[in-house]
Design a protein around this ligand. Structure first.
Ligand code: KG4
Ligand code: ZN
Length: 346
């Protein structure tokens, strides 16, 4: 089965073609980062309009990259939520219309299920069951994954998501949007031992997260060392970035090990934008090896939003016989745990 995947939930337009026998045939991505940079964050209306401009050219590009025609496509998968409503509507309307025009089934995919399954696109894919750490700009969740659609929430952030915390801390250091990768790069120049930032909610049992206190701690440290222009000197900025990254990574690692133990699993999957973070990957690999556990993650480009993960998740669901109705339904808010398996199993 050959499935066209469309991702438009936020500020990336992603399109891909996945074949259940041959694997990923083609994928393209257009990032709107430049469009939103002047505003310091995503402007929803601008995002929707840009998806309208970019989506069909990207579909054509994927078809030409893979030497395919619409006749070769057996189904269309689009992100149906969670995300920005206007942005979601663009992908859903286009995807549903193409499927209707081509006479093939369509399926609306949960964006976080796409992230969660993305490591399965790699050569050495993880096998169910596993614990997943989903860390993106909007979500920080630990999920026990027994199979497709069989998700039990073990813990989540009570306030900011990890990616959001990275972005906000980056802003305090005057780094451009999106700040996560920029803060991580700056942290490499810093001394992670000069400051010690708190590891929120690690001193008590449980698997929930909270990053807002860490954010305040970062702001206070920046203010304390600020020079006349409102920012600390370059080295201090790098040291703060390093201390912040250490605190987030350490907190995530502690909770992942706790979650694996609690769920009785030996495999951890990390996905979502923050799973691109090098320190997080290194630390998890080292610490989980000590516990006899292994960690899987997508290649760098599939950590952040992309069409490949949507094509893949859609293919699994279409193969299982699931179909979207003709009406176009998107859900800006959509808890992952509302999903069910192929046969409606929980
Ligand atoms: O999954 P994603 O592309 O979009 C959402 O669904 O939210 O995640 C984007 C988030 C942003 O907050 C970005 O700053 C963060 O992932 N991010 C990183 C890194 N790369 C992306 N955070 C820390 N280190 C990175 N290397
Ligand atoms: Zn995402």
């Amino acid at each position: 089965m050959r499935v066209l995947g469309i991702e438009t939930s936020c500020d990336e337009t992603g399109v891909a073609l996945y074949d259940s026998e041959q694997g990923l045939l083609a994928h393209t991505l257009y990032s709107q980062v430049k469009l939103h940079a002047d505003y310091g964050g995503v402007v929803p209306e601008l995002a929707s309009r840009d998806h309208v401009r970019k989506l069909l050219p990207l579909v054509r590009e994927v078809l030409s990259q893979s030497n395919s025609t619409p006749d070769d496509i057996d189904g269309v998968a689009y992100t149906a939520g969670p995300g920005l409503i206007g942005a979601l509507m663009v992908g859903a309307c286009a995807g549903r219309a193409m499927a209707y025009g081509w006479g093939v089934p369509a399926i609306g995919v949960h964006h976080m299920e796409g992230h969660l399954l993305a490591p399965m696109l790699e050569k050495n894919p993880p096998a169910f069951p596993f614990v997943a750490l989903l860390v993106s700009g909007g979500h920080t969740q630990l999920v026990d994954v027994r199979g497709l659609g069989q998700y039990e929430l073990l813990g989540e952030s009570l306030d900011d998501a990890a990616g959001e915390a990275f972005d906000k801390a980056a802003k305090m250091l005057d780094l451009d949007y999106p700040g996560g990768p920029r803060l991580a790069a700056l942290a490499e120049q810093g001394d992670p031992l000069r400051f010690t930032f708190p590891r929120p909610m690690t001193d008590r049992p449980g698997l929930d997260f909270s990053f807002s206190g860490l954010k305040t701690f970062t702001l206070t440290t920046v203010q304390k060392h600020a020079l006349e222009d409102g920012l600390p000197d370059e080295q201090t900025c790098a040291d703060i970035a390093a201390a912040f990254q250490e605190a987030v990574v350490d907190t995530l690692v502690i909770k992942c090990r706790r979650a694996l133990k609690q769920a009785g699993r030996k495999t951890l999957v990390i996905a979502g934008g923050v799973s691109a973070n090098k320190l997080l990957r290194q630390r998890l690999e080292a610490r989980l090896a000590d516990d006899g556990c292994s960690v899987y993650y997508p290649r760098q480009e599939f950590c952040t939003d992309n069409g490949a993960m949507i094509a893949y998740a859609g293919c699994l669901r279409l193969k299982a016989g699931q179909r979207a109705d003709l009406d176009i339904d998107v859900r800006p808010r959509w808890p992952l745990t509302e999903l069910t398996g192929a046969l409606g199993t929980k």
